[in-house]
Design a protein around this ligand. Structure first.
Ligand code: ADP
Length: 215
């Protein structure tokens, strides 16, 4: 069975906006998929349905055999452990070191009290360092995030997402805040890491040329 199964997914917002009409598709581990469409087409809504930030009005999203649509509380938290997310605006904690930002990708795996006091085990630290290495930023591990360039920040965000050991990696316009040169670098890193790890990846992107190069 496919890693991702989106079936008859429809989303109508409370104000009556129909963001997704009824979409169905499946995808497998290792696929790298560019979701292309004009602004307002519903790309973000699709990703937010997959990671549980948005309720489906009709239909379902199944990830590795588990329905992830319309979950709540503990079930939602558990499902989201396996879903890595990369935002347009990075969402790093700017005043914390790079490595700590990547370690937050491990939060769902550690005891909440341990996490609260900043305790991560050896395995968590190792995987965080490995993830930073994959995006070639090991030399920035101790830098505060606010000292990094935009491209570096987004590569740290990619490292944080893969530190989660996700079943699916979702990226919502990951290079829209970067200039063209950095966009190419970040997209190529994202696609390379996804390929190396064989993790299913969905990338919302409005730049069709970039999309063609990397999906
Ligand atoms: P895209 O990511 O392709 O730009 P979105 O998924 O953000 O598209 O939006 C799809 C449609 O849903 C748009 O018409 C947008 O205006 C509308 N929309 C998005 N979020 C909301 C919301 N919270 N409430 C009402 N309408 C929304």
């Amino acid at each position: 069975s496919p890693m991702l199964d989106v079936r008859d997914l429809r989303v109508v917002y409370p104000n009556g906006n129909e963001a997704l009409k009824s979409i169905s598709f499946t995808a497998n581990a290792g696929d790298i998929i560019a979701v292309i469409g004009r602004s307002g087409a519903g790309k973000s809504t699709l990703l937010r349905c997959i990671n549980g930030l948005q309720e489906a009005t009709v239909g379902s999203v199944t990830l590795d055999g588990e329905v992830v649509t319309n979950l709540r509380g503990e079930q939602l938290r558990k499902a989201r452990r396996y879903i890595g997310f990369v935002w347009q605006e990075y969402n790093l904690v700017e005043r914390l070191p790079t490595i700590t930002n990547v370690l937050t990708g491990r939060l769902a795996y550690v005891n909440p009290l341990a996490a609260f006091i900043g305790y991560f085990g050896k395995y968590d630290r190792e995987i965080a360092l490995k993830s930073l290495e994959r995006v070639n930023l090991l030399n920035r591990a101790k830098f505060r995030a606010d000292r990094l360039s935009g491209g570096e920040k987004q590569r740290v965000a990619i490292a944080r997402a893969i530190a989660q050991e996700p079943k699916i990696l979702l990226a919502d316009e990951p290079v829209a805040s970067l200039d063209p040169e950095l966009s190419v670098q970040v997209m190529s890193d994202l696609a390379r890491v996804a390929r190396e790890l064989g993790v299913l990846t969905l990338i919302n992107i409005h730049d069709v040329e970039l999309a063609k190069q990397y999906s």
